[in-house]
Design a protein around this ligand. Structure first.
Ligand code: G1P
Length: 292
């Protein structure tokens, strides 16, 4: 296991999926590039990683996702044009987007699932803990603001305490449980959980349960909330994970194997998760950001 106190430097953002729930627009525009206010969704996810201290960002893309690469690249012609016409503020913003961290991109050759997308990061990440942020999900704080480091900070604290991996989790009602990776475990301090099971998209009747500090059980369950901190041990398990649910290599299956080996913390998500992977979620995110 790696040092429990190593600062989190690297973040991995999988952004390789088809975006089928957003067809036909995702035929030519990656879902991560859909606008929330005047910025693409992935802008806010990167801002969150940078706010948490990550200086190295690896985005896992696929064919036809070149606009994501362009967005985080310098655009010298545009910068010159903006400065020549006195629009220095706009030019500064364009430069800041490309220089806020070191950006790297890798292609997932085949769409074999989220677990396979994360496995593409193996050589780049090497032997240190890293953050994983799903690029189609924004987290907003209590004031509705995106870009807060609170979720990754909570995961870092849990990792520093235990040396193990940690995942943000949130309660979800029974009728939505089968959309998510769902955990079982015990709350050991307010908002902190020792996990003992992980199941990808279970039927409500098969969902594992979480025991709260006060001994109660939630009627639904607790689901992954799109932010993770992994020890590099996850890669060994991903490499061995066969296709699971939907015939895809499931990150959740590799996480369950890592849990058996190293243990795993759950941290109640500070803030609210906005799933941008469907039109209603995108509309809600726009409503929040535009009313700030
Ligand atoms: C993925 C994961 C799932 C997780 C969800 C949201 O599912 O497989 O475990 O709960 O993201 O964080 P997807 O939304 O890609 O189907």
């Amino acid at each position: 296991m790696t040092s429990a106190t190593a600062p989190l430097r690297k973040a991995v953002l999988p952004a390789a999926g088809f975006g089928t729930r957003f067809l036909p627009i995702t035929k030519s525009i990656p879902k991560e590039m859909l606008p929330v206010g005047d910025k693409p969704v992935i802008h806010y996810v990167v801002a969150e990683a940078v706010a948490a201290g990550c200086t190295d960002i690896l985005i896992v893309v696929s064919r036809d996702k070149g606009s994501i690469v362009d967005y985080f690249d310098r655009a010298p012609d545009l910068e010159r044009r903006l400065r020549a016409s006195g629009k220095d503020e706009a030019a500064d913003e364009i430069v800041r987007i490309a220089t806020q961290a070191r950006f790297h991109f890798i292609r997932q050759p085949e769409m074999k699932g989220l677990g396979d997308a994360v496995l593409q990061a193996r050589d780049h990440v090497g032997d240190e803990p890293f953050a994983l942020l799903l690029a189609d999900t924004m987290i907003v704080d209590a004031n509705g603001r995106p870009g807060s480091p609170a979720a990754l900070d909570a995961l870092s604290v849990a990792h520093a305490d235990t040396g193990a991996s940690a995942v943000a989790i949130e309660p979800v009602p029974a009728d939505r449980i089968s959309r998510y990776g769902v955990v079982g475990g015990t709350e050991c301090a307010p908002g902190r959980f020792a996990l003992d099971r992980m199941v990808e998209k279970p039927a409500p009747a098969d969902a594992p349960a979480v025991r709260r500090l006060d001994g109660t059980r939630d009627p639904g369950g607790w689901a992954f909330a799109a932010r993770y901190l992994f020890t590099p041990g996850i890669f060994e398990h991903l490499a061995r994970t066969p296709p699971g649910k939907n015939n895809e290599i499931q990150l959740t299956d590799a996480m369950a194997a890592l849990l058996a080996e190293e243990g795993f913390s759950g941290c109640r998500l500070p803030g609210e998760r906005l799933d941008i992977g469907n039109p209603a979620g995108l509309l809600e995110a726009n409503r929040r950001v535009l009313s700030l």
